[in-house]
Design a protein around this ligand. Structure first.
Ligand SMILES: [Fe+2]
Length: 411
């Protein structure tokens, strides 16, 4: 996204994709918040728009006027330094503004943004903020899909979000196997080529101990065996917090599986569980317990990164179009299938510096009590798939496409 024309094209393409993702939704669908972690589709549409209003237009365009003063409070997510915000668990109460009014808000911002991009395209800080805003919107495109999946799952009719979105689609067969991982001191973190978020920096030395790492993801069939052999009933397999969480919620299977372990809810509606597809929608606690049951452990994020760096990220994908979602065609399945839980706490790299000003709240302030996940999922934007990309979730989170790769210490 270096040139003026490219940035303008990217803005239009990414903003319109967000609307395309909502094309199968009715206004009623777009209001519901099925749990605190889930945001209504309407809120996502408005919040990503607010990001451009607050951090770009009001910063660079002295003539810009807000469409509605209330939106600053309603659609601020967590930026305390710019002002107060509506409580996250109550986003589903926002029947107003209406869906149509939110679309009008998007149009208002897009008109102003396109004029700004044409008049001040050479401003480097503007360019950087727009690029961040677009990457932010792509992160919310993923959330929009995972959130509406949960909303529809909570509806007894179990409607499909989109019949063509059966993901993840990649399959693997044969016994689980391992390969030697890198050991010693290696560079980790973003290498400075292309966009990255601040939490991927700085590139630094990481120490890896001798280990072996799985050559593919754990499958549904393998996870079903763990369940059938009593994995959820054996406290010896579980971290203390995990055992408490499993019992508190009565978990006995992945989030979207039926009680008979034969079908699962997907974005395309109910489907038979494919035993060879990667298992998904597991918490860190379940991933960790499965690994222990399998005589293994989860990889650290640097073990994952060094192994993934040996894979060819370019060309691993069948299609960048979200209606043919990102899916690895590499048998190693490092990128674009499911986010992979690591054993690494989400923490700053040595020398980490958050972005200056309010945008410093983007990532850094969440570096406590969460676990790092790697690789991106089948609903991650293809442009985000890179070796250094890291996301983070609380260990009990399950609603994202979250799965398992195993590792072992060298004997
Ligand atoms: Fe956001």
């Amino acid at each position: 996204m270096n040139s003026h024309a490219t940035l303008l094209e990217a803005y239009q393409r990414i903003r319109s994709l967000t609307l395309q993702l909502c094309a199968t939704l009715e206004p009623e669908d777009a209001v519901v918040q099925s749990m605190a972690d889930v945001s209504p589709a309407k809120w996502h549409l408005a919040h990503v728009t607010w990001f451009f209003e607050r951090f770009v237009l009001e910063h660079f365009d002295g003539s810009y006027r807000r469409l509605n003063e209330d939106y600053d409070f309603l659609f601020n997510s967590y930026y305390y330094s710019v002002g107060p915000m509506h409580a996250r668990p109550q986003r589903g109460l926002l029947t107003r503004p209406t869906y149509t009014e939110v679309l009008d808000y998007r149009k208002h911002i897009d008109d102003a943004m396109l004029a700004l991009l044409q008049s001040q395209a050479s401003d480097e800080e503007l360019r950087q903020r727009v690029v961040l805003g677009l990457n932010h919107e792509q992160q919310h495109q993923e959330l929009l899909l995972t959130d509406i999946k949960h909303v529809f799952f909570c509806n007894p009719m179990r409607p499909a979000v989109n019949e063509s979105l059966v993901v993840p689609e990649t399959v693997s067969v044969g016994d689980y196997s391992y390969k030697d991982g890198a050991d010693g001191i290696h560079k980790a973190g973003a290498d400075g080529n292309g966009f990255c978020f601040d939490n991927e920096t700085p590139r630094h030395d990481a120490l890896l101990h001798p280990h072996r790492i799985g050559t593919r993801l754990v499958t549904n069939g393998e996870y079903r065996e763990f369940i059938e052999l009593g994995g959820y009933k054996n406290s010896n397999l579980w971290l203390a917090d995990g055992w408490a969480t499993v019992n508190e919620h009565g978990w006995s299977r992945p989030m979207y599986w039926s009680g008979d372990l034969q079908s699962e809810f997907t974005l395309a509606g109910e489907r038979e569980v494919d035993p060879n597809a990667p298992v998904a929608h597991l918490s860190f606690y379940e991933a960790d317990a499965y690994a222990r049951w399998a005589g293994a452990r989860l990889p650290t994020e640097f073990e994952w990164e060094l192994a993934a760096a040996a894979e060819d990220v370019e060309g691993n994908f069948v299609d960048a179009n979200i209606w043919h979602p990102v899916a690895s065609n590499s048998s190693a399945q490092f990128f674009g299938d499911v986010w992979e839980w690591t054993s690494s706490s989400y923490a700053p790299y040595p020398g980490f510096k958050p972005l200056a000003g309010s945008l410093g709240e983007y990532n850094g302030k969440f570096m406590c009590n969460q676990m790092t996940v790697r690789g991106g999922s089948c609903v991650t934007a293809e442009e985000h798939i890179r070796v250094s990309y890291r996301s983070f979730f609380y260990p009990d989170a399950r609603w994202q496409f979250l799965g398992i790769r195993l590792a072992k210490d060298e004997d």
